[in-house]
Design a protein around this ligand. Structure first.
Ligand SMILES: Cc1cc2nc3c(=O)[nH]c(=O)nc-3n(C[C@H](O)[C@H](O)[C@H](O)COP(=O)(O)O)c2cc1C
Length: 334
């Protein structure tokens, strides 16, 4: 999300059928030349979101699935949205509703514009979509684009009439106005004095960062399961910085491996499962994550930890640059 320059605006393709018209519609929308918007196509077909499977309501923002966290990072990185929806049975598509339902605060206080298409211009689909977006505290701009299957498509391709270009222009101009106004509403915590805090997440880097972090976790899991410190530390850089849950700090793999070999020999860490709690793909070749080690078995049988891990890519391989472990305990009572 940005506070200066053009509004980072997602053009969300709301259909995923293999023969869909939606992709062509979104591509046409993204050609609008308005300089106040940076239009980026977001294809739900590439997001692979399952039907909503989060145990907790999205409004709590406590996501347990990587698919949700990835979608959250993508949506959070945008200032505004153009939602491109087909009309299915007089409503919007299930896939777009599902994508909206997955998140909550990531949509809030952001402007939305609507492009509908269908036999009658997709207006009934857009009406439903407007109501849904309103519940998510999105500001839906009035001007919209309604493309008719009979008049704005030719040979299965999006080929809008001339006056649709003007309608698109009115719509994105309204989106730029409202999106700009809402940016200041959202901006307070993002400013430090005269400076703007940057959003570090780069959605396009996320799949590689997530794969690297999962590979690290697989090594930790195998190391712990086999009581093998060398396996556990196989992805650690030579100059890794490590913090134990009790405040001791270690510098470098030699010191760390010595400690881990001795801990593995005494079985200090209980049988556990590792999982990514949250991940930041902050820059090319940099991944930062909270990783939980949850002790298995009855409560109290072993201690669990929350680690902060930093991975850095070097020559095509990812290495642990830093790790800090914190024991998971009950907070002190007040
Ligand atoms: C399940 C389904 C329901 C549809 N219902 C409507 C409808 O209620 N009104 C309408 O105008 N078109 C309807 N259509 C036609 C779609 O608007 C048209 O097929 C359009 O290309 C769908 O978008 P897509 O190709 O991006 O999936 C329906 C199509 C599908 C597949």
């Amino acid at each position: 999300m940005t506070n200066i320059g053009p509004l980072r605006t997602a053009v969300v393709i709301g259909s995923t059928r293999p023969t869909r018209l939606g992709r062509g519609v979104a591509e046409w929308v993204a050609t609008d030349p308005n300089p106040d918007l940076d239009l980026v196509i977001v294809d739900l077909a590439e997001m692979n979101l399952p039907l909503l499977d989060e145990p907790q309501p999205p409004a709590w923002g406590n996501y347990s699935h990587e698919s949700t966290r990835a979608w959250s990072a993508v949506v959070a990185s945008f200032d505004a949205f153009v939602l491109v929806t087909p009309e299915y049975n007089h409503s919007t598509s299930a896939v777009l509703k599902n994508a909206l339902d997955h998140l909550y605060s990531e949509w809030s206080d952001k402007a939305a514009a609507f492009v509908g298409y269908g036999i009658d211009g997709g207006t009934r689909g857009v009406e439903h979509l407007r109501a849904i977006c309103s519940e998510l505290s999105m500001a839906g701009v009035g001007p919209q684009v309604s493309l008719s299957l009979g008049l704005d498509f030719r040979d299965g391709r999006c080929s809008p009439r001339e006056d649709q270009v003007a309608a698109r222009g009115r719509m994105v101009a309204a989106l730029a106005r409202w999106g700009g106004a809402l940016r200041s509403l959202r901006s307070t915590p993002e400013r430090v004095g005269d400076e703007t805090r940057p959003t570090l997440e780069c959605p396009e880097l996320r799949p590689r960062a997530a794969a690297a972090m999962n590979q690290l976790i697989a090594g930790l899991q195998a190391g712990l399961d086999n009581a093998d410190a060398d396996l556990f530390d196989a992805s650690f850089a030579a100059d890794v910085i490590w913090g134990s849950p009790y405040g001791a700090t270690l510098n470098g793999i030699d010191a760390l491996l010595t400690v881990h070999r001795s801990l593995m020999a005494t079985g200090a860490a209980p049988a556990s499962r590792f999982r990514i709690v949250q991940l930041r793909a902050a820059a090319p070749g940099v991944a930062v994550a909270h990783v939980q080690r949850q002790a298995l078995g009855e409560a109290g049988e072993g201690f669990s930890e929350m680690a902060l891990y930093v991975l850095v890519e070097r020559n095509g391989r990812w290495w642990l640059a830093a790790g800090q472990n914190t024991p998971i305990t009950n907070p002190p009572s007040r």
